[in-house]
Ligand binder design. Structure first.
Ligand code: PGA
Length: 251
């Protein structure tokens, strides 16, 4: 059995005082969650705050992005080693907002994935189709190509300690969630794609669903055979809602 994992993606939200309240409420509520692993991916400036508040707790933390470069003249960028310095367990790579708004292409996403791995950070690789691609029946082809780009670059063994998040672009921040059956079908396709390279790695791979996950919808989504938890945006900013989603991962 794969362990369930729920990751909050705060995106560009928060301030010191609100974060402190949210993190303290999450830590206080975590014992009600049971076996699921839980993490929050915070904006870079709050990594130190996450580290100091969470270091002695079961709540893990991570970043939402990283540079593919180790160091150098890359103004404004943050390296994997810097994230490791602040205790990051996870780094999201290839989120659809990074791909769409900042032009991150598959090759760069693969390089970021490799950079995270090299620093001992677990990458959370996001893949997902747009609405137009879904409507023209290209979902599995698009997701497979995004996955293959990274598998080709880093090799399947690197996925033994990595997480994949299926996030249909049309479901992110829209209130429109994929149905459990729609999500399960894509998750099964992702697992099969990885199994084509290594069956054991595929069996152990945590594949999260993301896109308007709410407490109300989480239970049915997380109950699907190939869905191992969630990557949660908006709902991760409200402690009770996020904790309820984490509890749903445990059923
Ligand atoms: P959402 O975001 O839950 O607000 O749809 C998910 C994500 O983008 O990771």
């Amino acid at each position: 059995m794969r362990q369930k994992l729920v990751v909050g993606n705060w995106k560009m939200h928060g301030c010191g005082a609100d974060n402190r309240r949210l993190l303290q409420a999450l830590v206080a509520g975590l014992p009600t969650v049971g076996d699921a692993s839980v993490a929050v991916c915070v904006p870079f400036p709050y990594l130190a705050q996450a580290q100091s508040l969470l270091a002695a707790t079961p709540l893990a933390w991570g970043a939402q992005n990283l540079s593919e470069h180790a160091q150098g003249a890359y103004t404004g960028e943050v390296s994997a080693a810097m994230l490791a310095d602040f205790g990051c367990r996870y780094a999201i790579v290839g989120h659809s907002e990074r791909r769409a708004l900042y032009g991150e292409a598959d090759a760069q996403v693969a390089a970021k994935f490799a950079a995270a791995k090299a620093a001992g950070i677990t990458p959370i690789l996001c893949v997902g189709e747009t609405l137009a691609q879904r409507e023209s029946d290209e979902t599995v082809a698009v997701v497979s190509a995004q996955l293959d780009a990274v598998l080709d670059a880093v090799g399947v063994a690197a996925f033994a300690d990595a997480v994949v998040a299926y996030e249909p672009v049309w479901a992110i921040g829209t209130g429109r969630t994929a149905t459990p059956a729609q999500a399960q079908a894509v998750h099964a396709a992702i697992r099969a794609r990885v199994a084509g390279r290594d069956a054991d790695v595929a069996r152990g791979l945590q594949i999260l669903y993301g896109g308007s996950v709410k407490a109300q919808s989480a239970g049915e989504i997380f109950a699907q055979a190939d869905i191992d938890g969630g990557l949660v945006g908006g709902a991760s900013l409200v402690a009770e809602e996020f904790l309820a989603i984490c509890q749903a991962a445990n059923r």
